[in-house]
Design a protein around this ligand. Structure first.
Ligand code: GLC
Ligand code: CA
Length: 540
């Protein structure tokens, strides 16, 4: 596999609405992002995945786009965006745009036209179906945001498909003209000098809704190859697909360089481990670390040279990992550093979600009025109707709700964490006086500096990028593996629990690379690991 820049960097995800507000309206914006590029440069990252900044009525916080070639008013202007790109590029930071082309907003010009009637030239850009014989919905496809995926259109007497909110009508990828319009739009952004695309729910674009097929449809890869040819194929860009249903074999279809599709995908197999099999993400069960090891090892090994992993614990859709599988109370710092070390030492491109690098935690709510996220609110209403108790639902929301990741970044301990001088669109976590960027930068032992060190280590040590992975056999809650490259061998040891754990190895330590506590590791024989302890040693 030819070496690519996107294999060597660490990517940082910005969720603009919650990153930094520059004008006091309570909403993060592009000028705020420009102001904090120095901070990201200090962290050392090589690329930003930017959640959508396009014009949008914000039914789903920008994932419902009404104009792909305009910037959301609340975020700024195209001039601001151009400046952001230029300033990022100056710092050797590439900007990866979020590409949401499974659907548009219902306020997109294409959909406004399409709704005018069956003869409209844009009609076929979307997915329409006649009512079932009884006049009801065409079939029982469900929206990810609860309820049916079909919405009735009075004027034409047909239904349109929305796999997400009804304000996010699905595009019809069978329509060649529509696909070409998407490619033109992508080229508009490529010409601006962006670093690539993160392709939102891309595994859905090959859907055949009337046959009940949504993910991994038959023409999916054909479309991606066509897109590659028509857009980023001749440019050196990072492309990462969001693919909830990917197995390693499927991931190879997307990311085997010979197939000319994408650089890599986000796979979610491990992410489902704390959900009851066959149920929804809200139906909780404890995570089994032994299973987590099995799954992540499978991904490390099976892609081989036919694909590339993306490594992540967090994003804007997931709860904060230290609250989820770490310990956000007495071991907050240890578990945050341990999760960072465990992830960044694996093979693949690591992603950091904003706030992860300072150990931000989930933000529990006690009443649904505190929720902002459409997925959460719709689920709450649906489950109330189905007879769940309020407490039960709120517990699920506190464990899994997307608002957990969307609380504003606290930049300091001043009012509203210095995120805004106005009223934030969603309240900050109450712990912001303790957990904020300024405090992290002031403390040489903070989580931030562990991330900074991991990013730097990656630049200095090809073994972190290219080394082979081998799992070490240990007790369930110890996650340990080797990386090996050109005769060099690193041993990674992490304790994934609140208890002490036993670990032993015959390897001799040549050098300690990184660790998450102050007690220097001197021997690997018959160790007792402290809760959440993590270290990496070069061994002989
Ligand atoms: C993806 C996004 C999520 C969004 C959904 C619909 O899963 O990450 O935030 O709600 O797609 O666009
Ligand atoms: Ca603002």
């Amino acid at each position: 596999m030819k070496k690519k820049w996107w294999q060597e960097v660490v990517v940082y995800q910005i969720y603009p609405r919650s990153f930094k507000d520059s004008n006091g309206d309570g909403i993060g914006d592009i000028r705020g992002m420009i102001d904090e590029l120095d901070y990201l440069e200090k962290l050392g990252i090589g690329a930003i995945w930017l959640s959508p900044v396009y014009q949008s009525p914000n039914d789903d916080n920008g994932y419902d786009i009404s104009d792909y070639e305009a910037i959301m008013d609340e975020f700024g202007t195209m001039e601001d965006m151009d400046e952001f790109l230029a300033e990022a590029n100056k710092r050797n930071i590439k900007v990866v745009m979020d590409l949401v082309v499974n659907h548009t907003s219902d306020e997109h010009q294409w959909f406004i036209e399409a709704k005018k009637g069956k003869d409209n030239p844009y009609r076929d850009y979307y997915v329409w179906a006649d009512p079932a014989e009884d006049g009801g919905v065409p079939n029982d496809l469900r929206s990810t945001f609860s309820g049916t995926a079909w919405e009735f259109d009075e004027l034409s007497g047909q239904y349109y498909l929305h796999l997400f909110s009804k304000k996010q009508p699905d595009l019809n990828w069978e329509n060649e003209e529509m696909r070409q319009a998407v490619y033109d739009m992508m080229n508009f952004w490529i010409e601006k000098g962006i670093g690539g695309f993160r392709l939102d729910v891309i595994d859905l674009v090959g859907k055949i809704p009337l046959e009940g097929i949504t993910g991994n449809g038959p023409k999916l890869h054909e479309y991606l190859q066509e897109m590659n040819q028509a857009t980023f194929g001749n440019h050196d860009l990072l492309t990462v697909g969001e693919t909830w249903g990917a197995t390693p074999d499927i991931a190879k279809l997307y990311s085997n360089p010979a197939r000319k599709e994408l650089s890599m995908v986000f796979q979610f197999e491990h992410i489902g481990l704390d959900q009851q099999p066959g149920k929804e993400k809200w139906d909780l069960q404890p995570v089994d670390i032994a299973q987590l090891k099995t799954i992540l090892t499978k991904w490390q090994i099976e892609l081989g040279n036919e694909g590339w992993n993306s490594l992540f614990w967090n994003n804007h859709d997931l709860p904060r990992m230290i609250s989820r599988w770490g310990n956000d109370q007495e071991y907050r710092v240890e578990s945050a550093k341990m999760l960072a070390i465990l992830l960044h030492m694996m093979k693949g491109t690591p992603y950091i979600y904003q706030g992860e690098e300072i150990g931000m935690t989930n933000t529990p709510i006690s009443d649904i009025s505190e929720a902002e996220d459409i997925e959460t609110i719709n689920m709450y209403n649906e489950r109330l109707d189905q007879g769940y108790s309020k407490t039960e639902i709120i517990d699920s929301i506190n464990a899994k709700g997307r608002d957990n990741a969307r609380r504003p970044i606290a930049w300091n301990s001043k009012e509203n964490g210095g995120f805004t001088t106005g009223t934030p669109w969603i309240a900050l976590n109450e712990n912001y006086q303790e957990i904020n960027v300024a405090a992290a930068l002031d403390d040489p032992d903070s989580i931030f500096y562990t991330y900074q060190k991991l990013v730097q280590l990656r630049k200095d040590n090809p073994i972190m990028v290219w080394g082979d992975f081998e799992l070490v056999d240990t007790v369930d809650c110890v996650f340990s593996y080797y990386r090996e490259y050109n005769g060099e061998r690193w041993l990674i040891v992490t304790n994934f629990s609140n208890e002490e754990q036993a670990f032993s190895s015959e390897d001799k330590i040549e050098k300690v690379i990184i660790q998450n506590n102050k007690k220097e590791v001197t021997s690997l024989q018959n160790m007792i690991l402290s809760p959440w302890q993590a270290f990496v040693v070069k061994v002989k």
